[in-house]
Design a protein around this ligand. Structure first.
Ligand code: PEP
Ligand code: MG
Length: 323
């Protein structure tokens, strides 16, 4: 797995019959930016910003964040950097934030719920830093993505905060503009409401780590239920399909940034399901680019159609082995 360094494909790829599929990297620390570019990632499909906030005694200020975001955008002058706003709670503790003791932290105050609630100030600071970094970089582009969305009200509330920050910065003389704005689809609610959410965003990015956990009620990382939480469960494929179907025929693009996107054995299926951006560990970028180039949209869509009709995981595994 991972391919040799000489397998790196620098340019953007299409399927054998010409459909563009962006292959991007997931980045969780600044040290991962340069290797992602070296391995041919077209951009960053998930910039996890938690690294700025964890393992320290207080929150990073706006300028510290600005530097980190600017570096990320500058690393991909021809690409897009999708920055996910702070996603704490659940499995992602931060001592100084005074996160509540919860019986079910995965079902509690996490992700966008905190950003619109107890961490509203942090959210605004983060957005200011992001928009300033975007304004100060000539090349490359910023997209802002919300984690753990479940309702359209959350999306609209967050958009309101973002627009307020654009206005504030403009009043301060910063040339801030509204960035691309999207949401992670990582809850069943978001997948089921994708046809409504699609009116409120520029893109969806499917977070299969959480989506599989919540769709299957099987905790991520719990080995005892790992077969249930497998991405190849038909219910997970149907949640993905609901998302891409809702966006089909609109200008909203659909990507995937969960671990599922980085498995080259699943690339054809994902392209067939309608994903047009796949974001993964930089290690697998060359292999996934190779798989995209080998497949045709026609074959991919036929595979997806069969997989969506499968009754169980074994049937899907068999289909994947035959393809
Ligand atoms: C996901 O849930 O699939 C995802 C990409 O986010 P994280 O793994 O950071 O929760
Ligand atoms: Mg997640």
């Amino acid at each position: 797995r991972g391919g040799a360094a000489d397998d790196v494909v620098e340019e953007a790829v299409t399927t054998a019959d010409g459909t563009d599929v962006e292959v991007a990297a997931n980045v969780g620390t600044p040290q991962e930016l340069a290797p992602a570019a070296e391995r041919g990632a077209d951009g960053v499909g998930l910039f996890r910003t938690e690294f700025l906030f964890i393992e320290r005694d207080d929150a990073p200020d706006e300028d510290e964040q600005y530097e980190a975001y600017r570096d990320a955008i500058e690393t991909f002058p021809d690409g897009r950097v999708v920055v996910r706003t702070l996603d704490v709670g659940g499995d992602k503790p931060v001592p100084y934030l005074d996160l509540p003791e919860e019986e079910n932290p995965f079902l509690g105050e996490r992700g966008i719920r905190r950003s619109l609630g107890p961490d509203a100030d942090l959210f605004e600071t983060q957005l200011r830093a992001l928009l300033r970094a975007d304004a100060d970089t000539d090349a490359g582009s910023l997209a802002v993505m919300l984690p753990l969305v479940t309702t359209v009200e959350e999306v609209e509330a967050a958009r309101g905060v973002l627009e307020g920050v654009v206005d504030d910065l403009a009043a301060e003389g910063v040339n801030a503009t509204m960035p691309e704005f999207g949401v992670m689809i990582e809850t069943p609610a978001a997948a089921l409401m994708a046809d409504v959410l699609v009116e409120h965003v520029d893109f969806f990015s499917i977070g299969t780590n959480d989506l599989a956990q919540y769709v299957m009620a099987a905790e991520r990382g719990n080995d005892a239920v790992s077969e249930l939480g497998d991405f190849r469960q038909p219910a997970v494929l149907r949640a993905i399909d609901a998302t891409t179907t809702a966006a089909a025929g609109t200008d909203v693009w659909v990507g995937m940034c969960g671990e599922m996107a980085g498995d080259p054995r699943l690339t054809e299926l994902l392209v067939g399901l309608g994903l047009r951006e796949l974001s993964m560990s930089a290690l697998t970028v060359p292999d996934v680019k190779a798989r995209v180039s080998e497949t045709t949209l026609e074959d991919a869509e036929a595979l997806a159609e069969h997989a969506l009709a499968a009754a169980d995981r074994d049937e899907i595994i068999e289909l994947l082995e035959q393809s």
